[in-house]
Design a protein around this ligand. Structure first.
Ligand SMILES: [Zn+2]
Length: 157
């Protein structure tokens, strides 16, 4: 038997203004697209902006359904849209913005487990790390340099 420890490295920015310019622009796009999310059931709107290696930005937001499991998170809407439109391009960065309808969130919004697994697949497809910027109405922004940091022991064959 052997004990092991996993460490992750992440950055916390106090607000959007502190981010490097390219990241800030991407987070602003995620914030903007969060406003048109269809989140009538959770009332928690999320926007996602995916930056590709070629410079294109693909947006997505959560799309909910009265049959709850049939809805889809903003991250996967954006990632699947990006991969279907630009299958040869690499995802470089994704910005995620949580924007609740009835209150202010007091924490940055991180991707759910399913979206983390999809982010891992995008890293595998693109053969490179994806920066993940997690933000929202709470102002603080969490940044990790790879989906691996958010999903150790991800499923793989
Ligand atoms: Zn998700």
């Amino acid at each position: 038997m052997k004990n092991s420890t996993i460490e992750i490295t992440y950055q916390i920015f106090s607000n959007m203004e502190e981010l490097p310019q390219e990241d800030r622009r991407l987070m602003e796009k995620a914030q903007e697209v969060s406003l048109s999310a269809y989140a009538d059931y959770s009332r928690f709107r999320v926007g996602a902006a995916v930056l590709l290696s070629s410079g294109e930005v693909v947006l997505g937001n959560n799309q909910e359904n009265v049959s709850y499991p049939e809805g889809l998170c903003a991250e996967r809407v954006a990632l699947f849209s990006a991969m279907s439109q630009y299958p040869q391009k690499q995802v470089k960065t994704i910005a995620i913005y949580g924007n609740p309808m009835d209150c202010k969130s007091n924490h940055y919004t991180t991707p759910c487990g399913a979206c983390r697994q999809v982010l891992m697949e995008c890293e595998h497809r693109g053969k490179g790390n994806i920066r993940i910027l997690c933000g929202g109405t709470a102002a603080e922004i969490l940044v990790v340099e790879s989906a691996k940091s958010l999903l150790p022991f991800h499923f793989n064959m």
